[in-house]
Design a protein around this ligand. Structure first.
Ligand SMILES: [Zn+2]
Length: 467
């Protein structure tokens, strides 16, 4: 006999034989499994970080349910690829001057708008930039240590999050010299635009793999786009940076690929259907990476740069289809105080904002990818959220992710796991290939980037997301 069933807690005590209860058995098994988890204190041979742009906790929950429903389950019980990782924590998401912004892959806190520079600069003023104010990125540390590096993004290669790994700019929007000319608040001639910094990147032997969009920033304005003859480049300096990059890296190849949308862009438009489907795509990319790497050697970290003002709730019945209007546990339509229906998804602001009274949703296709989920405050673009985001990890150093931390801690864990900077080398041993002592491990003979890493990256570009 069931004597206690708090619907929101899974606290079921059976007066009979609770040991036969599946929920109870699952709990016992998880304790046994978790007791076997030991921190992996090896030095990582390689590291991959997946940044789901705008993939806050509610987005992860929605993706978990949607992914489960796509597999024919009710959804809530589903487990995403990174939710199987043994280590996780929460990262705060604020910049020095604003809430809900990023400073993920570099060691110093900085301002919104600023890419790869510390808090001594003033955003958008070139005169405040100087080399001693540059923040070092994990990618540059890896290049200096002789590692092979790369980044993959469905956004422009010069967009803020990828740019943080190689560029230093007081304004994230200075992606080409034309952008800089248009928006700089002072004489910005001594500051290089982000595309130029990418082309001239000089740490180590340069970035090995770049899969991303945004070639207009790299092409001059008389150059015709190879794919769209009606489009031209943007640069004023007459330079063809793609050609220059290829010339500098003799064995490189320039290829292009078209990609789908992004979590962040979906949310900004209140297109929850697109945003959540992209988070499900990211789940597939992470599964693939897990399959293709050895967790004894590769640190995989999955996180987000920030969240969104996106929420999910309203007591839908178990298995309520993710995007439809809410049905309650008894199967009846849930109604608000005016007798109107609603979805379990909602935004605090954005284009789906209400003008006058909230329309009823009977007969509206809320599962359409272009359906704008309702929002409270009307705004031209939905905003980022301020709450923490999850960080999920497995592999060497992953155990350092626990508790609540500042966002740049993600950099420090990767730095420690790979044993790169001198401050970390006091407490870790460098990988043997990078000058450390000891015997190489078996899989060490696979050169990086090997074909399999490239395949992961190629796979990722069609699926993943960035900030
Ligand atoms: Zn955004």
């Amino acid at each position: 006999m069931k004597i206690l069933d708090l619907s929101s807690l899974r606290l079921v005590v059976s007066a009979g034989n609770q040991d036969n209860d599946q929920w109870y058995k699952d709990g016992v098994k998880l304790i046994k499994d978790n007791l076997k988890v030991k921190p992996n204190m090896n030095t990582a041979k390689s590291a991959i970080i997946f940044v789901g742009d705008g993939m806050g906790i509610t987005t992860v929950t929605a993706a978990r349910i949607l992914d489960g429903q796509m597999k024919g389950q009710t959804g809530e019980e589903n487990v995403l690829s990174w939710e199987e990782f043994p280590w996780s924590g929460l990262s705060k998401t604020y910049a020095v001057d604003v809430q809900g912004q990023i400073r993920l892959l570099q060691r110093r806190a900085s301002y919104w708008y600023v890419v790869g520079m510390n808090d001594e600069v003033t955003s958008r003023y070139c005169a405040t930039a100087s080399a001693d104010r540059n923040a070092t990125s994990i990618l540059s540390l890896a290049e200096k240590a002789g590692m092979s590096t790369g980044f993959v993004s469905t956004a422009r290669a010069t967009h803020a999050t990828p740019a943080c790994s190689y560029a230093h700019s007081v304004d994230r929007h200075w992606e080409s010299d034309a952008d800089k000319k248009r928006i700089a608040l002072d004489d910005a001639s001594s500051c290089k635009d982000i595309a130029l910094q990418l082309a001239e990147y000089s740490h180590g032997d340069g970035i090995e793999v770049i899969f991303a969009g945004g070639r207009r920033e790299l092409m001059h304005r008389n150059q015709t786009d190879p794919e769209y003859p009606d489009k031209k480049g943007e640069r004023l300096d007459g330079r063809d940076l793609i050609k220059e990059w290829v010339a500098k890296h003799p064995n490189s190849q320039y290829v292009w690929n078209q990609t789908g949308g992004r979590i962040d862009h979906g949310h900004h438009a209140n297109w929850a259907v697109k945003a959540i489907n992209d988070a499900v795509a990211m789940n597939k990319a992470v599964s693939k990476a897990k399959e293709m790497t050895d967790k004894d050697e590769t640190l995989i970290t999955v996180t987000a740069d920030h969240s969104h003002v996106f929420t999910i709730g309203a007591y839908p019945k178990r298995g309520n289809p993710m995007f439809t209007i809410v049905r309650e546990a008894d199967g009846e339509l849930a109604l608000d105080s005016d007798g109107k229906t609603y979805t379990s998804l909602g935004y605090a602001n954005g284009k789906g904002g209400l003008n006058g009274s909230r329309p009823d949703l009977r007969g509206v296709d809320t599962t359409d990818k272009n359906y704008r989920t309702q929002a409270t405050v009307k705004r031209s673009s939905e905003t980022h959220g301020t709450e923490d985001v999850g960080v999920y990890a497995d592999g060497p150093g992953a155990y350092l992710f626990h508790g609540v931390f500042e966002q740049q801690y993600v950099f420090h864990v990767m730095d420690h796991a790979l044993c790169l900077s001198s401050s970390k080398q006091e407490s870790c041993d460098k990988h043997v290939k990078r000058g450390g002592k000891g015997k190489p491990s078996a899989a060490f003979f696979i050169p990086v980037p090997s074909l399999y890493l490239l395949v992961i990256l190629a796979y990722w570009i069609t699926l993943t997301v960035q900030g």
